[in-house]
Design a protein around this ligand. Structure first.
Ligand SMILES: Nc1ncnc2c1ncn2[C@@H]1O[C@H](COP(=O)(O)OP(=O)(O)O)[C@@H](O)[C@H]1O
Ligand SMILES: [Mg+2]
Length: 508
C-alpha cells in the first residue's frame, strides 16, 4: 500500500488539486503563489494563470498586510500552524472575509520549503450557515447528553429522530432503528393507544402537553413511570407537522412515593387502632370506677337481705299457720334468696373485673386447686368431668385466688354449654417451656362471629350472664404473663387453653 502511495503521489496530488472541496494555496518561502486547488480559483473568481503569478500579500487587504508578515515570520520561527481572519481581494477589487490557516512544508532535512494555506469563506451568509450548523450540532450534543428520552415524531406519530436515552429505553442499540416506527412497535397496545391519542390531539389543536405522568408498559409487561412533555412542531405557515417530546423516568420516585403512601396508610391504621384501644380502655376504666362504687355500696344491703331472709325462714317455722301456707312462704323466701345470691355473684364478678390488682404468687398444687374448684359446683347428672394432669407436673407459682376464678369461670361456662349433658376435660401439662392448662367441653360451641367478641367485657349470650367471666380470665392470665386461647366448633364443642411461661411460674 505504502509503496503504491509513493508511486502514485503525483497523481494523487493532481486529483487533490482538482477535487478537494477546499481552497488550498501553496506558497514559496517568499510568499509567491506557486500552486492552488481548483476550489481556490472559484473562491477568488480568478483563472490559474492570474492567481499563480501573484504574491500572497497582493491579495490581502492593505490594512492587514503587516499582520500577515508578522504571522508568517512567527510561523517560520515557531513552526506552529497559525490562523487568522483576513480580508482578501478577488476579481475586480471586490473583497471577502476568509478564515486562513497557514502551515509549513519541510524537505527531508527538515528545512521548510513551502507554506501551505487553506482559506474558507466566512462572509455573512456563510457565517449564518455556520451558526445554523452549530445550532444543529448543539442540539445533537444536547440530545445525546441528557438522560431524558427525547424524540421527534411526524404528524402520524412515527418517530423521525430519537436520542440515545430513548433508543435504550425502547431496547434499541442504535437510535436510527427507531425512525419510521411507532410506539405500537415498542410498547403495550394500551399505552401506545393512549400516547397516540394524546399526540393526535396536540397535532389537531396545537396545544402542548406538559408533564403528564404516564405509566409506560413495555411489550414484556415491564412498567415504567415517566413524566411526558410533548410540544407541537410547526412549519413556516404555522401548520403543525409533528411533535417533539421529552420524557423523564420517574419510576424510582414513584416507587418511593408508593412506599411512603403505604407507610402512611399503615401508620394511620395503627393510630386509629391505638385510639380505639385507648378509648375502649378509658371507657372501661370509667365503668370500672362506677362499678366499684356501686359494688361497694351494694355488698352490705345484699348481705342484710340474705341475713333477713334467713331470719324470716327461722321465724316461719314457729308461726302457727297451716303447713301448706308455710310451704308457699318458704318457696317465696327461697326464690328471694336465689335471686340475691345471683346478685351477689354479679357483684363479685364486677368487683374482680374492676379491681386493679397485682397477682400474689404462692406455691400451689394445681390438682388440689382443681378439685377445690370442682367441689363448689353441683354438677348435673349427665355432665361428666375428667381431670388429667401430666405425670411429674410441678408445683406452680401462681396467684391461687386468680387461678381459682379463672378455672371456676371456664368450668361454669362449660357446664352452661352442656344443656343436654356431655363431657368436660381438664388437662395440665408442660410443653415447650410452657405450662399448658386446658378446659374442653363437648357442648354447643361458639359461632365464628362470637369468637371475636368472647373476651370483651359484657359480651354474653346468656339471659343471666354478665359477660365478665372471660374478660376476667383474660386479665388474670395476662397479669401472670400468659395468654388464653379459644378453639371452638358450633355443635361439637369448645376448648380454652391457658399458656403460662415455665420461667417464673415453676420453682427451680
Ligand atoms: N364453653 C363455652 N361454650 C360455648 N360458649 C361459650 C363457652 N364459654 C363462653 N361462651 C360464650 O361466651 C360468652 C361470654 O362468656 P363469659 O365471659 O363467661 O360471660 P357469661 O358466662 O356471663 O355469658 C357466653 O355468653 C357464651 O356465649
Ligand atoms: Mg361465664
Amino acid at each position: 500500500m505504502a509503496l503504491n502511495l509513493q508511486e502514485n503521489t503525483k497523481e494523487l496530488f493532481t486529483t487533490l488539486l482538482k477535487f478537494a472541496p477546499t481552497a488550498i494555496i501553496f506558497l514559496d518561502m517568499r510568499g509567491n503563489i506557486i500552486e492552488c486547488t481548483e476550489h481556490t480559483l472559484k473562491l477568488f473568481e480568478l483563472s490559474k494563470e492570474e492567481l499563480v503569478r501573484k504574491n500572497f500579500l497582493e491579495i490581502v487587504h492593505e490594512d492587514e498586510r503587516d499582520k500577515v508578515l508578522v504571522g508568517l515570520e512567527q510561523l517560520i520561527a515557531q513552526d506552529r500552524p497559525i490562523s487568522a481572519q483576513l480580508t482578501l481581494y478577488k476579481r475586480n477589487g471586490r473583497t471577502f472575509k476568509a478564515e486562513v490557516y497557514a502551515n509549513l512544508a519541510r524537505d527531508e532535512h527538515g528545512k521548510p520549503f513551502q507554506i501551505i494555506l487553506t482559506a474558507s469563506d466566512v462572509t455573512e451568509h456563510k457565517i449564518i450557515g455556520q451558526e445554523l450548523y452549530n445550532a444543529r450540532e448543539l442540539l445533537n450534543i444536547l440530545m445525546e447528553a441528557v438522560p431524558d428520552a427525547i424524540y421527534f415524531k411526524d404528524s402520524s406519530s412515527r418517530f423521525t429522530k430519537v436520542n440515545r436515552a430513548h433508543a435504550e429505553r425502547m431496547g434499541l442499540k442504535n437510535p436510527e432503528e427507531a425512525v419510521g416506527k411507532t410506539d405500537f412497535d415498542f410498547y403495550s397496545e394500551e399505552f401506545a393507544r393512549q400516547a397516540y391519542e394524546d399526540e393526535q390531539e396536540i397535532i389537531r389543536t396545537g396545544k402542548p402537553l406538559i408533564n403528564k405522568v404516564e405509566k409506560v408498559i413495555g411489550k414484556d409487561g415491564l412498567i415504567h413511570w415517566v413524566t411526558a412533555t410533548k410540544i407541537p412542531i410547526r412549519d413556516k405557515n404555522g401548520k403543525v407537522i409533528g411533535i417533539v417530546g421529552i420524557s423523564r423516568d420517574i419510576t424510582e420516585l414513584k416507587l418511593i412515593e408508593e412506599k411512603l403512601k403505604r407507610y402512611s396508610e399503615q401508620l394511620e391504621k395503627m393510630v386509629e387502632e391505638k385510639t380505639r384501644a385507648l378509648l375502649e380502655a378509658e371507657r372501661l376504666a370509667a365503668i370500672g370506677e362506677v362499678v366499684s362504687m356501686i359494688v361497694h355500696d351494694l355488698r352490705s344491703p345484699l348481705q342484710v337481705i340474705l341475713y333477713k331472709t334467713f331470719l324470716l325462714k327461722e321465724k316461719l317455722k314457729q308461726l302457727p299457720i297451716p303447713s301448706y301456707e308455710k310451704d308457699s312462704f318458704k318457696e317465696t323466701l327461697d326464690s328471694i334468696n336465689e335471686q340475691v345470691e345471683y346478685m351477689n355473684k354479679m357483684v363479685s364478678d364486677f368487683k374482680d373485673y374492676a379491681r386493679n390488682i397485682k397477682p400474689e404468687y404462692l406455691e400451689i398444687d394445681l390438682k388440689k386447686l382443681i378439685e377445690e374448684v370442682l367441689a363448689t359446683f353441683i354438677l348435673p347428672e349427665n355432665v361428666k368431668v375428667r381431670v388429667s394432669i401430666q405425670e411429674g407436673f410441678p408445683k406452680l407459682l401462681i396467684d391461687p385466688m386468680m387461678m381459682r376464678r379463672v378455672l371456676s369461670n371456664l368450668i361454669s361456662n362449660a357446664i352452661d354449654a352442656l344443656p343436654h349433658g356431655g363431657n368436660i376435660f381438664l388437662d395440665a401439662k408442660i410443653e415447650n417451656e410452657q405450662i399448658v392448662i386446658s378446659v374442653e367441653d363437648t357442648g354447643i360451641g361458639i359461632s365464628e362471629e362470637n369468637l371475636e367478641k368472647l373476651f370483651k367485657p359484657f359480651f354474653t349470650t346468656k339471659d343471666k350472664g354478665t359477660g365478665l367471666g372471660l374478660a376476667i380470665c383474660k386479665r388474670f392470665i395476662e397479669l401472670h404473663g400468659g395468654h388464653i386461647f379459644v378453639d371452638s366448633k358450633p355443635g361439637t364443642g369448645t376448648k380454652f387453653t391457658i399458656k403460662l411461661p415455665v420461667e417464673g411460674h415453676v420453682k427451680g
